[in-house]
Ligand binder design. Structure first.
Ligand code: G2H
Ligand code: MG
Ligand code: MG
Length: 281
């Protein structure tokens, strides 16, 4: 039982690295942009190509495993998490960054069994940082152990968040309400890498105390969620209570204290869940 999923994790690391090479090469010559849910929800042929590369490679080695992949769901596949071994893939987390050559782009691969994430791999390919975590065995960056920050004072904290891809006035209003509340606590800074996966790895690395976002998808956060908790951090829903990776709402923090403090300031809203949409739009 000890190393039940180790070969799958080794494969995830290897295929993430290969995917990173494809992304790195495409960065300067293959960025034909298409849109999905809105004019600012971008996708490129590279996203699709990388997802296919990962799925094909995993299927060869693990033919019975299931997949939830961002671009497969966009193409109409279902987004339901079962108890079966499932690879949860975001081929390019940070597509808008990729399109603009803003240098934070990740390949995110989570692996769940019985609806629990067993390992997570986030490859920040332009920085060449391989973040990994296996349940119960710690989190690492290029093999070095990760530990969240010990800061308990929100006023000495760095917060990460994103603006998302909805431009609906009521959504933008909520996002700015949260941001204003949080800035005025005051916190020492608010940042966003442009990718949920890397924001979560920044929490795991101790660079920021808390990341929160409403509008993420399961493929953005599955791998990062384990990297955060294995680095000693916590996950919560933006309204408190347990996180639900399908709910599109997440707080990832160094501690319950910081998570609960930030939650006080978040103007929550609920986008449609990942697992009730007929397809990702
Ligand atoms: O670039 P992607 O995969 O669309 O993801 C965005 C959020 O949905 C950044 O995390
Ligand atoms: Mg993403
Ligand atoms: Mg993506």
């Amino acid at each position: 039982m000890a190393d039940l999923w180790q070969s799958a994790m080794d494969h995830a690391v290897a295929v993430a690295r290969k995917a990173g090479q494809v992304v790195g090469k495409a960065l300067h010559d293959d960025r034909k942009v298409m849109t999905k849910s809105s004019s600012v929800d971008l996708v490129t042929q590279t996203d699709q190509k990388v997802e296919q590369l990962i799925i094909r490679s995993v299927k060869e080695k693990f033919p019975t495993h299931r997949f939830i992949g961002e671009e497969s769901v966009a193409a109409g596949e279902s987004c339901v998490l079962t108890d079966e071994p499932t690879w949860i893939i975001d081929p390019i987390d940070g597509t808008t960054n990729f399109v603009h050559t803003f240098p934070f782009v990740a390949i995110s691969i989570g692996f769940s069994v019985n609806k629990e994430v067993e390992f997570g791999v986030v490859y920040s390919c332009l920085e060449d940082k391989m973040f990994t975590a296996r349940r119960g065995r710690g989190a690492f960056c290029n093999g070095a152990p990760l530990q969240v920050s010990e800061q308990t004072d929100i006023k000495q904290s760095m917060v990460a968040t994103e603006f998302g891809s909805s431009r609906a006035p009521e959504t933008v209003e909520k996002i700015f309400c949260s941001l204003r509340n949080i800035l005025c606590i005051p916190v020492q800074g608010v940042r966003g890498a442009g990718t949920a996966a890397i924001n979560m790895c920044l929490v795991a690395s101790g660079c920021v105390e808390v990341y929160y976002e409403i509008g993420t998808h399961v493929w953005d956060v599955a791998a990062g969620s384990l990297i955060v908790t294995e680095a000693g951090g916590v996950l919560m829903d933006v309204e408190g209570g347990d996180v639900d990776l399908m709910s599109r709402k997440i707080v990832a923090a160094n501690s319950k204290t910081i998570a609960e403090r930030i939650i006080e300031e978040i103007a929550a809203f609920s986008p449609p869940r990942d697992d009730v949409l007929p397809q990702h739009q």
